[in-house]
Write a protein that binds this ligand. Structure first.
Ligand code: GCV
Length: 718
């Protein structure tokens, strides 16, 4: 009997071979559980029987340790490390520079083609020996290549004839943490902040390293560790040593640390009379601050700024422009190679015309006036991370400025971390939208990766959904959204289906039938949420403040924070008129989109009420009138959420028990909340439409007064 089969039988006899049946989610997609498919295990042992990884930098050490731990876990046996290519089945990893062996195995690769972060994984034969090589021009590329190989093994993908070349499409692939120094997390639903500021720098939680590993495994290379609603304290010496301690943990995983800069810091903590960006003393203060930071953190990434938005201070407080502010900060970090990321999430502090138009109005005139190390960071849509928004009209409209994508991974408007909503389809929808900025084929992804307008500084940011909860993200499927963001930041052309399949196989199961079922659920889940929350282009109709649950009746406070401002329901119809006769937001899009969005007959129905105020009896493509269509969509959302719960119950005993039970309970809550959304919204909108619910739509469980009267306290995330 072959040795590996014997080992498996012994392990099985000891009860060690069955998958762990109480997975608490901590290991994320990097589980490295032992391979249960005997044929695959054999293939693995044959192809990866010895490992030779060269180089001695901290990054290479991290790659080495990950490779050894990963392979040992998955093969169930110790990994043999070799120092020469004596036999077949060796895995060689290193840079062309540090490893003559690597260079000799890939003589066809031109220097400078792969880059510091890119890598090649190839099966080669040399002197009759079969070798697998992972090669890069930089240590980080080797690390990413190692993670790729481990992903292949985790997914039980063939290892025989590998020929993989990967290069990231964007330069900056960052998480944005909206984490406060008191450990609360704005729009965070997974416990406290992962950063334990109180214990830093003395105590380095093992979580920090695992956080870095997880991010590196999906190509994330930077983290903005503080909230954009910034606290100037983080720039004081007392906190900077804590930041430096975190940067030390991240560095071996190729991750740079960035901070949010509170624009008023010079006056608030620096003792200056002003924070005017054109005041030489202010510029000097930031330069000195940058020098202090770089002395502690030589690879500090730079600053992210939210200015003159939602009460945050900014250059406009001093009559200066966003460019004045951004350039002053960019100049401070430029000598060290740092960047300034300036958010375009701004809207008038006073009386808005149409909030969706304001970022464009403010930023387009500034195109061309930013320093070369500034990126303008733009949310995917013009309002605010809604379940569905058309892509932000700024994409394509600032050809002389690198625009960085900002997606929200945390589910502020998508059921917090209670709902299973796989966000890759939302990200993909935005990235594949054609802006037409330079004619057809000018996809948002091409703006982001710099190819449309020839920018080399590029980036994508995701607002993190990570917290202190044992499983990091609250909902197990929240991990898939973190995973999806990283994969798409690396390669925006990846499909949601590919990403889902990778994540499922690494996290949940290798059973193809179950994997298919879970994938179907994931891939349809975003549309289901759109249907039970905001179908047909409705948006921003959630409850006030905490944004959890429905609140289409919200009408207090500043108009553009209310629901009635956005849905504009009346007895005639519903929707925001953004046509040329309305707010004219359609004109911020390039032709032919401006005409398409302007015309109710051509406007995609899933965005109809975003752009149009539509009569209740308008005939939709289905032949139904708008009111009936809206009711049916809400019902379809509820039905889908219920089907997810029923499907999940069929997995009892077929996947890990703890994962099963955790998701089962959350899906029940989701189905209940989907119904709550439907009932509350339809009852409320019915007061305007004055029409009955069509056949097939369930009778609401309560009356409107009940839903309007609901009060919630201490909803997380504020
Ligand atoms: C960090 C929305 C959220 C805020 C968030 C803001 C932003 O308004 O509700 O919590 O603030 O977006 O992106 O700056």
């Amino acid at each position: 009997m072959k040795k590996e089969i014997l080992v498996i039988l012994i392990l099985a006899g000891l009860g060690l071979f069955t998958p762990a049946m109480a997975d608490d989610g901590y290991r994320l997609w990097l589980k490295y559980d032992q391979i249960t498919d005997i044929a695959y295990l054999k293939e693995c042992n044959k192809i990866l029987s010895g490992v030779m990884i060269t180089g001695d930098s901290p990054v290479i050490s991290a790659a080495h340790d990950e490779l050894i731990a990963g392979l040992a876990g998955m093969t169930g046996s110790q990994v043999t490390e070799v120092s020469s290519l004596k036999s077949s089945g060796t895995l060689v990893a290193g840079t062309f520079r540090s490893s003559p062996v690597v260079a000799s195995l890939l003589p066809d690769v031109e220097p400078g083609t792969i880059g510091e972060e890119g890598y090649i994984i190839r099966s080669v034969t040399m002197g009759g020996k079969k070798i697998t090589v992972i090669a890069s021009e930089g240590d980080r590329g080797v690390l990413y290549g190692v993670f790729h190989l481990l992903r292949l093994v985790s997914m039980q993908s063939p290892l025989e004839d590998l020929s993989i070349t990967e290069k990231p499409a964007t330069v900056l692939r960052l998480l944005n943490h909206w984490d406060n120094l008191d450990r609360s997390v704005e729009r965070g639903y997974a416990g406290e902040s992962v950063w334990n500021w109180h214990l830093l720098p003395g105590y380095i939680s093992p979580r920090y390293r695992d956080y870095a590993r997880a991010n590196a495994s999906i190509g994330i290379n930077g983290t903005v560790i503080t909230n954009v609603n910034a606290n100037a304290l983080v720039l004081t010496p007392q906190y900077l040593v804590k930041v430096a301690a975190l940067a030390d943990v991240m560095r071996p995983y190729g991750i740079k640390v960035y901070l949010t800069a509170r624009f008023s810091a010079p006056a608030e903590t620096g003792g200056l009379a002003t924070s005017d960006p054109l005041d030489p003393a202010v510029a000097r203060w930031w330069k000195e601050k940058a020098s202090e930071i770089y002395a502690l953190i030589p690879d500090f990434g730079g600053f992210l700024v939210k200015a003159n938005s939602e009460g945050q201070p900014g250059p406009q407080n001093y009559g200066r422009s966003h460019a004045d502010g951004a350039n002053m900060l960019a100049d401070a970090v430029a000598p060290y190679g740092g960047v300034g990321m300036w958010r375009a999430f701004v809207y008038d502090n006073n009386i808005p015309v149409d909030r969706a138009k304001q970022a464009y109005n403010e930023f387009v005139p500034l195109d061309g006036s930013f320093r070369s190390n500034v990126l303008v960071q733009v949310k995917n849509g013009a309002v605010d991370f809604q379940p569905r928004e058309p892509f932000h009209p700024l994409f394509g409209a600032m050809p002389s400025t690198p625009l960085m994508m900002e997606f929200q991974i945390t589910q502020e408007y998508l059921g917090c971390s209670t709902h299973l909503v796989f966000l890759a389809p939302l990200f993909e929808e935005c990235l594949t939208s054609d802006t037409h900025a330079a004619g057809p084929g000018s996809d948002v992804a091409k703006v982001i990766d710099g190819t449309l307008h020839g920018h080399s500084l590029t980036g994508m940011a995701g607002v993190a959904n990570i917290g202190s909860e044992r499983n990091w993200t609250g909902h197990l499927f929240g991990q898939a959204n973190w995973y999806a963001f990283g994969r798409l930041a690396w390669q925006p052309s990846l499909s949601s289906a590919t990403i889902a399949s990778e994540w499922i196989r690494m996290t949940l199961t290798h059973d193809p039938e179950i994997a298919d079922g879970i994938s179907t659920m994931m891939l349809s889940s975003r549309e289901a949420a759109v249907n039970y929350m905001t179908p047909l282009g409705l948006h921003h109709i959630m409850a006030e403040g905490h944004h959890w649950g429905p609140g289409p009746w919200v009408n207090r406070g500043r108009p553009d924070w209310t629901s009635v401002y956005y849905h504009r329901a009346d007895t005639i119809g519903i929707g925001f008129n953004r046509t040329r006769e309305g707010s004219d937001a359609v004109s911020q899009y390039f032709p032919p989109l401006n005409d398409i969005f302007n015309d109710p007959a051509e406007c995609p129905e899933n965005m109809l009420l975003w752009f149009h105020h539509v009569p209740w009896d308008h005939t939709m493509k289905s032949g139904r009138i708008l009111w009936d269509e809206m009711c049916i969509r809400y019902q379809e959302g509820v039905n889908a959420a219920e089907v997810y719960g029923a499907y999940w119950e069929t997995l009892n005993g077929r996947i890990d028990n703890a994962q099963y039970e955790h998701v089962r309970q959350l899906l029940k809550i989701q189905a209940r909340e989907a119904r709550w959304w439907k009932d509350a919204c339809l009852l409320y909108f019915q007061t305007f439409s004055r029409r009955p619910f069509p056949a097939g739509v369930d009778k609401p469980e309560n009356d409107l007064a009940y839903y309007r009267g609901l009060r919630f306290y201490y909803v997380p995330g504020i």
